[in-house]
Ligand binder design. Structure first.
Ligand code: SF4
Length: 379
């Protein structure tokens, strides 16, 4: 039997302009080939080297022979919600997978963005004028927030920059849309804690801005509160907007809900937020998952007002999205409204995020690679 030598593949997805240029020069090709390859991978989002017809056939053959591949991840499953949200299960060559969520007319974390408003009908979903992609940064998550289904997976591994960008490219291709002509927002709020995979996450951000063509102002990253990385992130020249998962109004409460609060408590977290260099008209978003009878009282809201005093902040309120194995329950609408009113009266913009794709386990905190759901998979 002829054994095939086990030469590792080189994926183009995830390489930046200088790395592609180096590859092109290694195979003895002129420098302009690098831009053709970058366009094919990130703008045309082709699946294979053979499809890159801007390259001459001998070069394509040579790249194939060197085991160079595009590296577009595979869409393994796809679940479509009644509200137009699509949850993708995206797989990588080592058998691991993550979830990526497409939300037409979604909430990109922008103020007054309609997240406080009503229903996306199927009609509206078809005629979206903007969409948000919720991107994962790790397989699973190590942070262990008690209200989150992803936490139940633990962390399996970090995603590479190519796997982070690849999720976006796979979804753009499947939805047949192209930024910047189509208005696409990105939120790094899927599976994982981006600031625990910081270098790969930041490299992916640069590729998304420079090669895919999505402006950094259209991106928001959410952290559970990895304080040293909030400082680093503030120093970046090109960066998304910052969101911090707050979820509690005092340390005792937060420690129970988010064990990482023992390491970086509210004082440290809010000091980092106060030091964070904001741009013109930028605010830090604080996310707050409301859990019935746990952190949703008017007194909690008043404490949050005190915590955020002096900060340029806005708050996104998310009534818990329930899931199997989660011991908390969802507060009633009246409670959510009362909490919101306390913040608004104190001058803090507060939006109630409507749940997206709850029926297909695509809503916040529900990403767990669930495949056993009522809705039939599309494929
Ligand atoms: S809420 Fe975010 S940070 Fe917390 S466990 Fe879930 S995925 Fe991780």
């Amino acid at each position: 039997m002829n054994a095939v030598p086990d030469v590792p593949q080189i994926a183009l997805m995830g390489l930046d302009a200088s790395e592609v240029s180096a590859l092109v020069s290694r195979v003895g090709e002129p420098a302009y080939r690098a831009q053709q390859i970058l366009d094919a991978v990130y703008r045309q989002r082709l699946d294979s080297i053979g499809e890159i017809t801007t390259l001459p056939q001998p070069l394509r053959a040579s790249l194939n022979q060197k085991r160079v591949v595009v590296g577009m991840p595979a869409i393994e499953r796809k679940f479509v919600s009644l509200d137009g949200t699509v949850r993708y299960l995206i797989g990588f060559p080592d058998g691991q997978s993550v979830e990526t969520v497409w939300m037409p007319e979604g909430d990109g974390g922008e103020a007054g963005d309609g997240s406080e408003a009503g229903d996306a009908t199927e009609e509206a979903a078809k005629n979206w004028d903007r969409a948000t992609i919720c991107v994962s940064s790790q397989v699973g998550c190590a942070v262990d927030c008690q209200f989150c289904l992803t936490a139940q997976l633990g962390v399996k591994r970090n995603l590479t920059a190519g796997e982070i960008v690849g999720q976006v490219c796979a979804v753009l291709k499947d939805q047949k849309v192209s930024p910047p002509q189509d208005r696409i927002n990105l939120v790094f709020m899927g599976m994982g804690e981006p600031f625990l995979n910081y270098d790969n996450f930041m490299k992916a951000v640069l590729l998304l801005v420079q090669e895919v063509g999505i402006a950094e102002s259209r991106m928001t990253v959410s952290t559970a509160g990895i304080v040293p990385r909030i400082h680093d992130f503030g120093l970046e020249q090109i960066r998304p907007k910052l969101a911090i998962s707050l979820n509690a109004s005092n340390d005792a409460q937060r420690e129970k809900l988010m064990p990482l609060n023992r390491k970086w408590d509210l004082e440290k977290l809010l000091a980092a937020a106060r030091d964070f260099p904001l741009r013109n008209r930028e605010r830090i978003t604080f996310e707050y998952v409301l859990l019935h009878g746990v952190n949703d009282s008017v007194g909690d809201a008043e404490n949050v007002v005190e915590l955020l005093r002096g900060l340029k902040a806005k708050v996104n309120l998310i009534a818990l999205n329930p899931g199997p194995g989660i011991e908390f329950s969802t507060p009633g609408e009246g409670q959510v409204h009362a909490f919101q009113q306390v913040l608004m009266r104190a001058g803090i913009p507060a939006f109630v995020r409507r749940p997206r794709g709850r029926d297909i386990y695509a809503a916040c905190g529900q990403l767990k690679r669930t495949v056993e759901i009522a809705t039939a998979p599309v494929r």
